[in-house]
Design a binder for this molecule. Structure first.
Ligand code: C2O
Ligand code: CU
Length: 464
C-alpha cells in the first residue's frame, strides 16, 4: 500500500477541506403508521484515499462510512428497523448502551442473526448520556473491517457549554495499492497475532479529515476507536483541555488530556480549548512516526478563553459497586495466540490440540475453552456485585468488553477505577473488574480485537 506514504500536507494543499465525505443520508418521510426509520446495511463506496484513487468499495450503514449518527436525549428511545442488504447475515450491537438484553444484537445469545434481505426492529431506551457506537456482531471481523459502524450519541439533559460538538470515529483499514479493502480477511496470522492491523487510518471515513475552528473556541471532541484491532495512542496539538468521560461515563473529576490510549471500541470525550496559532490537530503516535489524524485550520477570533477547568458532566444512573468482600467472584484465564505456548483447549466438548484448533479457526482460549460454553462464566442474581479476575497469560494486549453493564477496575489499593465498558490489558497483565449485575439477561464478555473474539476469546455471563 503506497497511500500511507503520501505526505498528508501535500494532499491537504491539493484538496483542502473539501474532501469531507457526504455522509448525510436522506431519510424517508414518516409513514402514517410511524414505521421506525430504516437503518440499512449495504454495499457502497467511500473516498477513504486521496482523489487519484478510485472510491473504495465498502459495506456501510445506509451505504456510507461512517453510518448515520443517531442522536437522542438521555432516557429517550432509539427505534430503527434494521434492513440487512448484505450478502451474509448480520445484526446491530449498540456498544456500551446498558440496553434491554433482547436488543443487544448478539447472534445465538440474544437473537437470531438477520438473514440477507430480512429486517429486525431495534427499539430500546438509552439510560446513560454519552458517546456510544453501533456495529455488527456477526462476522464482525469482516463486517467491521468493511466499514459497518456509526455513532450513537445520547445527549445530556444539561449538556456542557461548548461552541461545537465533533464526533471523530477513528478507523484503521487494510487497503491494497488500488485503495480496495485487502481481501485477506480471516487470515490466521492476524488472528493469532495482534488482529487485523491496517495501513490506512481514517477519521469519519476520511484519510485527511479537516475542519476549521477559531482560536479560543471550546470544542467537545468525541473520539471513538472503531478499528478491528489497532490500539491508538493519541495526543493533542494546538488544543488544550480535559478528558471528561470514558466509554460514555463521566469522570468525577475531569483530567488534563495528555497521551490518550484508545483500545478498540473505547471512547474518550474531551472538552478542549483551541490554543494553536494556525492549526490544531489530533495526533496519532505510531511505530513509524506521528501523524495528524484530524486537523483544524484555525481562524482568528476576538473571543476570550473560557475559564478552566471544564466542569464535570453529570453522572449517569449507573448502580454503585456494592461491598467487594461479599461479591460473587469468578476467574477468567486468557491463553493462546502466537508465542503463547498453549498446547490445546476444549472445543465442541472435547479436548483438542493446537493443530486441531487452528483447523477450526481457533487460537485462543478462555478458561481452557476455545468455543462458547453452554454454561456462563458467571451466573449472578439481579443486583449482585460481581468481581471477575482476568489474567492475560498471553503475549498480546487485549481489549476486554462486557455487554450490558459498565464496570470498574479494582485497583491495587482496593479503590475503584473509572467506569468503562472496555478495558485494555497488557501482555501478562492481571486485574479484577467489578460491576453490579443489574441488567437481566445473557451478556457477552469478549476481547474487542474482533479477530481474537472470533478465534476463542469469548464467554458470557447470566444475570437473572
Ligand atoms: Cu462492540 Cu461485543 O461489542
Ligand atoms: Cu484480544
Amino acid at each position: 500500500m503506497q497511500v500511507r506514504d503520501l505526505s498528508r500536507r501535500v494532499f491537504l494543499e491539493k484538496v483542502g477541506a473539501a474532501s469531507l465525505a457526504a455522509a448525510a443520508s436522506v431519510l424517508p418521510g414518516r409513514a402514517i403508521a410511524a414505521a421506525p426509520e430504516t437503518l440499512e446495511a449495504r454495499p457502497g463506496t467511500a473516498r477513504l484515499a486521496p482523489k487519484e484513487y478510485q472510491p473504495t468499495p465498502i459495506w456501510g450503514y445506509d451505504g456510507g462510512v461512517p453510518g448515520p449518527t443517531i442522536r437522542v436525549n438521555q432516557g429517550a428511545r432509539v427505534d430503527r428497523r434494521f434492513l440487512n442488504s448484505l450478502p451474509q447475515p448480520s445484526t446491530v450491537h449498540w456498544h456500551g448502551v446498558r440496553i434491554d438484553n433482547a436488543m443487544d444484537g448478539v447472534p445465538e445469545l440474544t437473537q437470531a442473526a438477520v438473514a440477507p434481505q430480512a429486517t429486525f426492529d431495534y427499539a430500546f431506551a438509552a439510560p446513560d448520556a454519552g458517546t456510544y457506537w453501533y456495529h455488527p456482531h456477526n462476522r464482525t471481523w469482516e463486517q467491521l473491517a468493511r466499514g459497518l459502524y456509526g455513532a450513537l450519541i445520547v445527549e445530556e439533559r444539561d449538556a456542557p457549554d461548548v461552541d461545537r460538538d465533533e464526533i471523530l470515529l477513528i478507523d484503521d483499514w487494510r487497503l491494497t495499492e488500488k485503495a480496495e479493502i485487502a481481501e485477506n480477511l480471516g487470515a490466521m496470522h492476524d488472528w493469532s497475532h495482534g488482529g487485523r492491523i491496517g495501513n490506512w487510518i481514517t477519521v469519519n471515513g476520511d484519510g485527511f479529515w479537516t475542519s476549521t475552528a477559531r482560536r479560543n473556541e471550546r470544542l467537545r471532541l468525541r473520539l471513538v476507536n472503531v478499528a478491528n484491532a489497532r490500539i491508538f495512542s493519541l495526543s493533542l496539538a494546538g488544543l488544550d483541555g480535559w478528558v471528561v468521560a470514558l466509554d460514555g461515563q463521566p469522570l468525577e473529576t475531569p483530567q488534563r488530556a495528555g497521551r490518550m490510549v484508545l483500545a478498540p471500541a473505547q471512547r474518550v470525550d474531551l472538552i478542549v480549548d483551541v490554543t494553536g496559532e494556525t492549526e490544531a490537530s489530533i495526533v496519532s503516535h505510531e511505530r513509524n512516526g506521528s501523524y495528524a489524524v484530524a486537523t483544524f485550520k484555525l481562524e482568528e477570533s476576538s473571543a476570550a478563553r473560557r475559564p478552566e477547568p471544564a466542569a464535570p458532566l453529570s453522572p449517569n444512573p449507573v448502580t454503585p459497586i456494592g461491598p467487594l468482600n461479599t461479591a460473587r467472584r469468578a476467574d477468567l484465564l486468557m491463553e493462546g495466540g502466537a508465542m503463547g505456548g498453549m498446547m490445546g483447549a476444549m472445543m465442541g466438548g472435547r479436548s483438542m490440540d493446537m493443530r486441531g484448533l487452528v483447523q477450526q479457526g481457533k487460537v485462543w482460549a478462555f478458561n481452557g475453552r476455545a468455543d462458547m460454553s453452554d454454561q456462563p462464566l458467571v451466573s449472578a442474581a439481579l443486583g449482585e456485585t460481581v468481581r471477575i479476575r482476568i489474567e492475560n497469560r498471553t503475549g498480546w494486549p487485549h481489549a476486554m468488553h462486557l455487554h450490558g453493564h459498565h464496570f470498574r477496575k479494582v485497583l491495587e489499593d482496593g479503590t475503584l477505577g473509572a467506569w468503562r465498558d472496555t478495558t485494555l490489558m497488557q501482555p501478562e497483565e492481571s486485574f479484577e473488574i467489578a460491576f453490579v449485575a443489574d441488567n437481566p439477561g445473557n451478556w457477552l464478555l469478549h476481547c474487542h480485537m474482533v479477530e481474537h473474539s472470533a478465534s476463542g476469546m469469548m464467554t458470557w455471563i447470566r444475570v437473572s
